[in-house]
Design a protein around this ligand. Structure first.
Ligand SMILES: [Fe+2]
Ligand SMILES: [Fe+2]
Length: 318
């Protein structure tokens, strides 16, 4: 991340954000919306930290104008809302914000969010326009299921982190990151009535839901540049004991990258609210993983994941 623009009418809050980000990136400051928009035009930043409550032009309006501008899509906006209220969050999303956090801003959380946004921005900048559409589509599909969280991004970050801990080369770490972002893109073909159903799925619904791995593979296939991600997308629901889908692969037959994403995906789903289940506490979710090691998941990956939990939390990936 090279340049972050902090937009806040409070001088103390601006300086605090600047101090928190010192050493991580260059920081520019803007005291209000109009001057922020001017600065963005003159020298486009890589990320905008945007306060909601400002006189004259509030953060929502500033965000809308940023997103309506040229290259606005590619400029991530992290909104700083005053409370944890979901109304603020909904309004921020409506205005096009990419992420939000509540005041008071904590240093570790801000640093983690900026790092996450930086990696995503770097990825987007490296994509051609067809690829960008694919990643944007995957994020949009994921937001249907869980509007306020960043499931694909956390899966991507944690899978990439595990790949690094395993000493995997950059291409594999990159595939884990991209595969984490795209793993559920096939959900685009799963009706909302199934995706958002609060209760158990019947046999027909289950089959339809499971088809997301094949649909996802078909969406990605034409893009040769993403071919390394195909095994992740097809096989992230295989089980170590061979009772998974779509191919019922066993243990070491399961592509390694898919086995890694599978653990990260399961953990993230467990610790976040889903239409059919409330979130579990972290300890409980880790116990579920340990219990399923050797049955549902590769025991080596589970062991690594559990050991890396503190690091993953620091990264903002768990
Ligand atoms: Fe999936
Ligand atoms: Fe998932």
């Amino acid at each position: 991340m090279s340049l972050v623009l902090v937009v806040d009418d409070g001088a103390a809050d601006r300086q605090l954000a600047q101090a928190y980000l010192a050493g991580l990136c260059d920081v520019r400051l803007a005291p209000d919306g109009p001057s922020a928009l001017q600065q963005i035009k003159a020298e486009p930043p890589d990320l905008v930290l945007l306060d909601v409550e400002m006189p004259e032009m509030d953060g929502y309006e500033v965000c809308r104008r940023i997103k309506a501008g040229p290259r606005g899509r590619q400029l991530p906006v992290l909104m700083i809302t005053s409370a944890e209220g979901s109304d603020d969050r909904a309004r921020a999303l409506e205005a096009g914000a990419d992420d939000f956090m509540a005041k008071p801003v904590r240093r570790d959380e801000l640093v983690a969010r900026v790092r996450l946004a930086a990696r995503l921005k770097a990825l987007y900048d490296s994509l051609d326009s067809a690829e960008q559409v694919i990643f944007w589509l995957a994020a949009t599909v994921a937001a249907k299921e869980a509007p306020y969280d960043k499931h694909p991004q956390r899966v991507a970050e944690s899978a990439r982190h595990l790949g690094a801990r395993l000493g995997m080369p950059e291409v594999a770490r990159d595939a884990l990151y991209r595969g984490g972002l795209l793993h559920d893109i096939g959900n685009i073909n799963v009706p909302d009535a199934i995706l958002l159903k609060p209760g158990r799925l019947d046999a027909g619904e289950t089959a339809r839901m499971q088809s997301h791995v094949l649909i996802g593979e078909n969406i990605i296939k034409p893009l040769r540049s993403l071919s390394t991600l195909l095994p992740i997308i097809r096989h992230h629901h295989e089980r170590f004991d061979g009772r998974g889908y779509p191919d019922g692969l066993h243990a070491r037959e399961i592509p390694r990258l898919a086995g890694i994403v599978s653990v990260c995906d399961a953990f993230d789903a467990l610790v976040n609210d889903r239409p059919y289940r409330a979130r579990l506490p972290i300890d409980h979710a880790l116990a579920v993983l340990i219990d399923g090691a050797g049955h549902q998941w590769d025991p080596e990956v589970v062991e690594l994941f559990v050991g890396e939990m503190p690091a993953l939390q620091r990264l903002g990936a768990a």
